[in-house]
Design a binder for this molecule. Structure first.
Ligand code: NAG
Length: 223
């Protein structure tokens, strides 16, 4: 056999192999995109969708709790509070309301103690004062505003939230957006807080600032 024949055969084998790889790749690709029934497709190639607790963008370390708080959008869409993949309050659960939505979680176990909403426009704010006074030691406090958290806000309530680690409770007013995670015996200001003032020049909605969303990992309290 001449050297040129050998080269031709080698070239042919090369073309056959690359075509096979190409065709195989093409068909296994289209199989996935057109979604053949499972018994025709191969199960081993199923794409795993990783979902973290509370739909966080990344997972929390072992000694941390995952949380996500969303404020309401204007007076239309209610707020939500998720903790360790447990949706504590949401419009779907039908347990949110205008004003301040607050959940208490045991900072050691991550168990929900209670949740409630307080109408800050026309409600009785003494109910909120009582709720805040009775927060036990070691509790995490998660707060989401909806529509109007400010009209009936008073100095006593502002002081309670400031002691829980809030930086913005002092200036909370009519139709501001506010989300916050604090703790009963916190020593510094909480890093988990967002605030948007109701300002006609910057408001996203007609009459309300943009909704807020805050996700993060809060360290478990170990005694
Ligand atoms: C929180 O959990 C710890 C550990 O189980 C428990 O000792 C403590 O009493 C709980 N606190 C409240 C207020 O339930």
């Amino acid at each position: 056999m001449r050297a040129s024949d050998l080269l031709r055969i080698l070239a042919l084998i090369f073309v056959l192999i690359t075509s096979w790889i190409f065709i195989y790749g093409y068909f296994s690709f289209s199989k996935r995109t057109i979604g053949l029934p499972r018994w025709l497709g191969s199960d081993s190639k199923k794409i795993r969708v990783v979902k973290y607790k509370c739909s966080l963008s990344k997972p929390c370390a072992d000694d941390f709790f995952a949380f996500k708080i969303c404020s309401g959008a204007a007076n239309v869409v209610g707020p939500s509070i998720c903790f360790e993949d447990h949706m504590i309050m949401s419009p779907v659960k039908n347990n949110v309301g205008r004003g301040l939505n607050i959940a208490l979680v045991n900072g050691t176990t991550g168990m929900v103690l209670k949740q409630d909403c307080f109408d800050m426009y026309s409600g009785d704010v003494q109910l909120l004062v009582k709720f805040l006074k009775e927060i036990p030691e070691g509790m995490l406090v998660l707060v989401a505003s909806f529509d109007d958290p400010g009209t009936k806000m008073n100095d006593e309530i502002r002081a309670f939230f400031s002691k829980l680690g809030s930086s913005y409770a002092k200036q909370l007013g009519f139709r501001d957006s506010w989300i916050f995670l604090g703790a009963k015996d916190i020593k510094n200001k909480s890093p988990f807080e967002q605030f948007l003032k109701n300002n006609p020049d910057t408001n996203k909605y007609d009459g309300w600032p943009e909704m807020l969303e805050l996700e993060g990992c809060v360290p478990r309290k170990v005694f």
